[in-house]
Design a protein. Structure first.
Length: 297
């Protein structure tokens, strides 16, 4: 298994007062039952989930699988998560492992992959300096292999969870076991600081333009990303919350790795929202919210 190195932050390239541009990109959609993003409650919760899983009653949704291009004026191009690999448009098992085609049902065209979307925005895959992984689940790490020249930033606990976990935990080693420049972020380090409601935050370039914030619970080492744009801040929530309803406390996902940490992260996100009311919060897989997003921020 590939051995990462500890991240030495800040990375070079920061500029005082820098702002970034953010391009949300839809790389695919996954078909999922309602319980995936809004778990039924009450005495009949488990029968309801079982019924939904076999497709009885309808209500399944196509959930967006996003990635984000971030342009920094001096540090270069950054990608947040990698979306689905282009092969998933025709053979999801080849990328996510045997049996995945029974669970993951993507709707995708080859031109949705970052291999096509980035050049359409004037960025070659080799131009991406840094890839930030919110976490390592198969729908986020699917296209890691597309970025051999990039430095990858991942929470230290997430790397451990991904390398020791497998299909049941949502990981597939072949997606990320490449001898690339993997760097782990240690949120227990003395250099970690609080930021706008988040107890643990690191400044990637030392200029406040790109901040990683620890939001575990969905996975052991999930992290979200705060971006300072020219008009407002953007919080890429990742899967710390699938939907806007979840951010509002009106829905609960089917599965989380640690319920206590999940709720704590949601409280920190809510505090950030109170302290930064003009910020745009982008949840991980919200089809209704996704269609409202602009091409650039």
């Amino acid at each position: 298994m590939t051995e990462p190195k500890p991240a030495e932050l800040p990375l070079a390239g920061g500029r005082t007062g820098a702002t970034v541009r953010v391009h949300p990109m839809l790389t695919a959609e996954l078909h999922a039952p309602p319980a995936f993003t809004d778990r039924p409650s009450g005495r009949l919760a488990y029968p309801k989930i079982a019924v939904q899983m076999v497709g009885v009653g309808g209500g399944w949704q196509w959930l967006p699988v996003p990635a984000f291009l971030v342009r920094h004026p001096t540090a270069g191009n950054i990608v947040i998560d990698t979306g689905l690999h282009p092969i998933c448009a025709r053979d999801v098992a080849a990328n996510m492992g045997r049996g995945s085609n029974l669970i993951y049902r993507p709707r995708m065209t080859s031109d949705q992959a970052l291999r096509a979307q980035l050049p359409a925005r004037g960025v070659q895959l080799s131009d991406v300096r840094v890839v930030i992984m919110t976490h390592m689940h198969v729908d986020h790490a699917s296209a890691v292999s597309e970025f051999p020249a990039s430095t990858f930033l991942v929470d230290r606990r997430e790397w451990a969870a991904a390398t020791h976990g497998g299909f049941r935990e949502g990981y597939h080693h072949r997606q990320f076991d490449h001898a690339f420049d993997w760097r782990t972020v240690d949120y227990e380090d003395d250099s970690v600081e609080s930021f706008a409601g988040f107890a643990r935050s690191v400044d990637v370039f030392g200029d406040g333009s790109v901040r990683l914030v620890s939001t575990p619970g969905h996975t052991p080492g999930h992290q979200s990303v705060v971006l300072r744009c020219s008009g407002r801040e953007v919080l890429v929530v990742g899967d710390a919350a699938y939907t806007e309803r979840e951010l509002d406390g009106d829905a609960h996902p089917l599965l989380v790795s640690d319920g206590h940490l999940y709720r704590r992260s949601l409280r920190e996100i809510a505090e950030y929202r109170r302290e930064t009311p003009d910020a745009l919060l982008i949840p991980g897989h919200d089809p209704e919210f996704w269609v409202t997003l602009d091409r650039e921020y």
